[in-house]
Write a protein that binds this ligand. Structure first.
Ligand SMILES: *[C@@H]1O[C@H](CO)[C@@H](O)[C@H](O)[C@H]1NC(C)=O
Ligand SMILES: *[C@@H]1O[C@H](CO)[C@@H](O)[C@H](O)[C@H]1NC(C)=O
Ligand SMILES: *[C@@H]1O[C@H](CO)[C@@H](O)[C@H](O)[C@H]1NC(C)=O
Ligand SMILES: *[C@@H]1O[C@H](CO)[C@@H](O)[C@H](O)[C@H]1NC(C)=O
Ligand SMILES: *[C@@H]1O[C@H](CO)[C@@H](O)[C@H](O)[C@H]1NC(C)=O
Ligand SMILES: *[C@@H]1O[C@H](CO)[C@@H](O)[C@H](O)[C@H]1NC(C)=O
Ligand SMILES: *[C@@H]1O[C@H](CO)[C@@H](O)[C@H](O)[C@H]1NC(C)=O
Ligand SMILES: *[C@@H]1O[C@H](CO)[C@@H](O)[C@H](O)[C@H]1NC(C)=O
Ligand SMILES: *[C@@H]1O[C@H](CO)[C@@H](O)[C@H](O)[C@H]1NC(C)=O
Ligand SMILES: *[C@@H]1O[C@H](CO)[C@@H](O)[C@H](O)[C@H]1NC(C)=O
Ligand SMILES: *[C@@H]1O[C@H](CO)[C@@H](O)[C@H](O)[C@H]1NC(C)=O
Ligand SMILES: *[C@@H]1O[C@H](CO)[C@@H](O)[C@H](O)[C@H]1NC(C)=O
Length: 663
């Protein structure tokens, strides 16, 4: 699981060891930067290798950066003005505090896989954003946008995202010069932006917007660029507009009437009198009234033929355009573009990372609903999953589990999810699967990763979970660099508020103890409701941002075929597995049969202390006692005779006692 994150981590190890040779004092901008990019492959800290420099610009376009930025570490770069990470392979959610970061004037995150909410949240600082230029094109932003506080914005490019609606507050951006919201699947009237007085560039192409031209539009006389193609507008387009913005600006734009005709040469040579009129200039107004009948009069005589030719060719072009457009529509986000028309004919073939492929034979992707347990009104369909995973493209794969590939996606409404395709139960009857999924969504516990939804598309069964960015316990325990674990990330914000005792020696043990308790709790709950897990391992335990463990991958033994070759569906086996995980937490070594044997032997010989993880910094005798006591619990859990193993309820009690006893 999360093999991709592991890889990123390996890369970050490289960059960490590199940065440590530079050894800048803590708190310098340089240190913050290397931290911010430690999970990003392709980042080279030598790009910024001067400790004494205050970072004002992070300009890293097209550097093949791949991974997730640890945004929190950028928060303290107090002099950051320009942030350009465009054209990389970065992903994850951009935090809202970024938008109100004082002094930040230019942000270009275009051509990545970012998502997140774009709004100013007063609690995180200023109620205004100082950003002037914002380019978020070619990403995965959704409609979670409120631009009300972006008072200084002059250029906004949100094109090629999945916005679906006009961003809130867009109409209030009085200083906006440049607006590109093309290809954002926006549906609805253009009217909210009609008041944008300063616009000189407006691209609305390839949406499903409606509205009447030109009355519902911003002042066209100020515009030097306009593109309305591929929309559902209506209205009439005069010759001047047609000439100024070009034919392709209106192609397929809706039901326009073109008052297009040849203007006599003498008119064409002179600059059009009402080209840039001051809004209330009387002479200009009078001029326009005089001109209009003239244009119409000419159209009816000279231009009739031209119109006819134009309309016919428009129909012809439109046909060709439509097929061209459907082909290219997904090309940006999808490595294997899918023709729109295919959606009606199925089947879809999707490739997974391992090279195998799965096929959803489905006629209408919008007809297969995604059933969300917590948000029944979301109205998501299989098509949303297709969009959010770039057609289940390899770049969205997190891992290839034994059950099938797992994808990562940001759904509309900023829902960050992991989507698992259950290849192994493809042949299970639909009703049976629904019953099982419904039962699973009802298994709720803070230490279980509960099913948040499911979707049945033809024979394919997909399940959705909350996405856990921190990854799994295996990664946290065995892959993160010793000493400098990602503890620092949250120690300041989260942990200290929960734990009064923040001495570094103890902190690690406290965390591990808390993780052990969480896992024990989740497992005890599963057993309490009469379910077993069957294959509890460290990779099945995911961690929240505050390192609260959540057990995943449980409950499929209730579905026939899903677990048919698993003979370990009993409570005692789960307890054994828990013992192995407890040993891992205490020794820092990966669980295996040999490892269990050697730890058990050491414990029996009263040399348990030798087995403990040296990274736990055994400073205080008190915590060593606690750890050895915990080893004893692991010893019980891994008893060879399964009848001798305690129940999870008992294990939980023992684990809890360890800390209260020592206090
Ligand atoms: C990003 O990294 C992952 C693994 O770390 C790799 O599978 C993927 O292909 C990379 N993407 C790009 C665009 O390089
Ligand atoms: C500062 O850095 C030193 C080593 O350079 C480290 O031991 C210490 O924990 C760091 N302090 C903080 C608050 O990060
Ligand atoms: C980073 O860049 C420097 C100089 O450009 C180079 O010598 C070094 O090998 C690079 N390090 C990595 C990890 O790519
Ligand atoms: C770091 O930058 C400062 C200011 O630009 C410069 O004076 C100093 O020489 C630089 N130090 C190194 C080691 O490059
Ligand atoms: C994006 O980066 C790639 C290399 O990673 C480069 O080939 C391509 O030209 C860049 N595209 C743009 C629009 O800059
Ligand atoms: C940011 O700075 C504040 C105050 O200087 C400090 O308390 C906090 O720990 C810093 N945060 C990070 C992520 O370094
Ligand atoms: C935004 O970025 C895209 C792609 O990187 C680029 O084509 C476009 O011109 C940029 N928009 C603005 C307003 O700079
Ligand atoms: C907006 O720009 C003006 C003028 O440059 C500046 O005075 C003001 O502080 C800016 N507002 C914000 C929120 O940064
Ligand atoms: C948008 O943001 C403004 C201020 O930032 C707030 O007053 C308003 O309620 C928000 N609108 C919505 C619909 O959230
Ligand atoms: C636009 O929205 C309306 C209702 O909100 C819906 O009926 C219609 O199908 C949508 N059109 C497109 C092209 O998405
Ligand atoms: C524009 O589309 C929206 C949603 O599809 C609809 O509610 C509205 O009536 C339409 N307006 C016009 C003027 O057609
Ligand atoms: C307008 O957009 C369409 C579709 O993206 C494109 O084919 C056309 O060239 C654009 N026209 C202008 C004037 O940019």
């Amino acid at each position: 699981m999360f093999s991709r994150l592991l890889l990123i981590l390996l890369f970050s190890l490289v960059s960490l060891s590199y940065s440590s040779t530079v050894s800048c004092p803590n708190g310098t901008d340089f240190r913050q930067l290397t931290r911010a990019f430690r999970y990003v492959s392709g980042f080279n800290s030598s790009w910024f290798s001067n400790c004494s420099v205050v970072v004002t610009h992070i300009v890293l376009p097209s550097r093949k950066l791949n991974g997730t930025v640890s945004w929190t570490s950028l928060r303290n770069l107090t002099h950051l003005h320009v942030l350009d990470l465009s054209n990389n392979s970065l992903d994850g959610s951009v935090p809202t505090w970024l938008w109100s970061k004082p002094g930040l004037v230019s942000v270009d995150l275009s051509r990545n896989r970012f998502g997140g909410s774009i709004r100013v949240i007063p609690v995180s600082g200023s109620v205004f954003s100082s950003v002037k230029k914002l380019n978020l094109s070619y990403n995965r932003f959704t409609n979670a946008i409120n631009l009300t506080g972006f008072v200084n914005l002059t250029a906004l490019d949100l094109s090629h995202n999945n916005l679906r609606v006009l961003p809130l507050g867009l109409g209030s951006l009085s200083g906006l010069h440049h607006l590109d919201i093309s290809r954002c699947e926006i549906n609805g009237s253009v009217k909210p932006i009609s008041g944008l007085k300063s616009l000189d560039y407006l691209d609305l192409s390839e949406n499903s917007m409606n509205g009447s031209f030109p009355v519902d539009f911003p002042n066209l006389n100020h515009l030097r660029f306009l593109n309305l193609s591929a929309n559902r507008f209506s209205g009439s387009v005069g010759f001047d507009k047609y000439r100024k913005f070009g034919k392709s600006a209106f192609s397929h734009g809706g039901s326009f009437v073109f008052n297009v005709s040849k203007i006599p040469t003498r008119h064409r040579l002179h600059p059009l009198p009402h080209r840039n009129p001051p809004p209330h200039h009387r002479n200009v107004k009078a001029n326009r009234f005089k001109r209009t009948p003239l244009v119409i009069g000419l159209s009816s005589s000279l231009g009739a033929l031209v119109i006819l030719v134009f309309v016919v060719s428009l129909i012809l072009i439109r046909r060709r355009l439509r097929s061209a457009r459907t082909k290219s529509r997904w090309a940006i986000s999808s490595p294997a573009p899918l023709d729109f028309k295919m959606e009606k004919s199925g089947p879809f073939a999707f490739e997974t990372e391992s090279g195998s492929s799965w096929v959803a034979d489905i006629k209408e992707p919008t007809a297969a609903p995604v059933v969300m347990a917590s948000k029944p009104l979301m109205n998501l369909t299989f098509k949303d999953l297709i969009v959010a995973t770039s057609h289940f493209g390899t770049e969205s794969v997190i891992s290839d589990s034994t059950c099938g590939p797992i994808y990562r996606a940001v759904l509309p409404g900023e829902l960050h999810v992991a989507i698992k395709v259950l290849e192994r139960i493809r042949d299970v009857d639909q009703n049976e699967a629904v019953t099982a999924f419904e039962a699973l969504t009802r298994l709720k516990h803070p230490n279980l990763l509960t099913l948040s939804g499911y979707c049945i598309a033809g024979k394919e069964k997909l399940i959705l979970y909350e996405f856990m960015a921190t990854g799994d316990l295996h990664r946290w325990l065995h892959e993160l660099p010793a000493g400098e674990t990602n503890v620092e990330d949250w120690s300041a914000d989260t942990w200290e508020s929960h734990v009064g005792d923040s001495s570094p020696e103890k902190t690690n043990w406290l965390i591990r103890h808390r993780i052990a308790i969480g896992v024990a709790r989740g497992l005890a709950y599963l057993h309490h409701v009469g379910t077993t897990h069957g294959h509890l391992v460290a990779t099945n335990i995911l961690l929240t941002e505050t390192l609260e463990p959540r057990i995943s991958d449980f409950g499929f033994n209730s579905i026939p075929k899903a677990e048919k070759d698993n003979n370990n569906n009993n409570v005692e086996f789960d307890v054994y597995c828990f013992g192995v995980i407890l040993f891992e937490l205490l020794t820092g070594k990966q669980g295996s049969e040999e490892h269990v044997k050697s730890v058990r032997r050491l414990f029996k010989e009263r040399r348990g202390e030798e087995a403990l993880d040296s990274r736990l910094r055994l400073a205080s005798g008190e915590s060593v006692n606690e750890m050895v006591e915990s080893l004893r619990i692991g010893y019980f859990c891994t008893a060879e005779t399964s009848g001798k193993r305690p129940t999870m309820q008992q294990v939980l009690g023992l684990l809890k006692d360890i800390r209260t006893v020592s206090r």
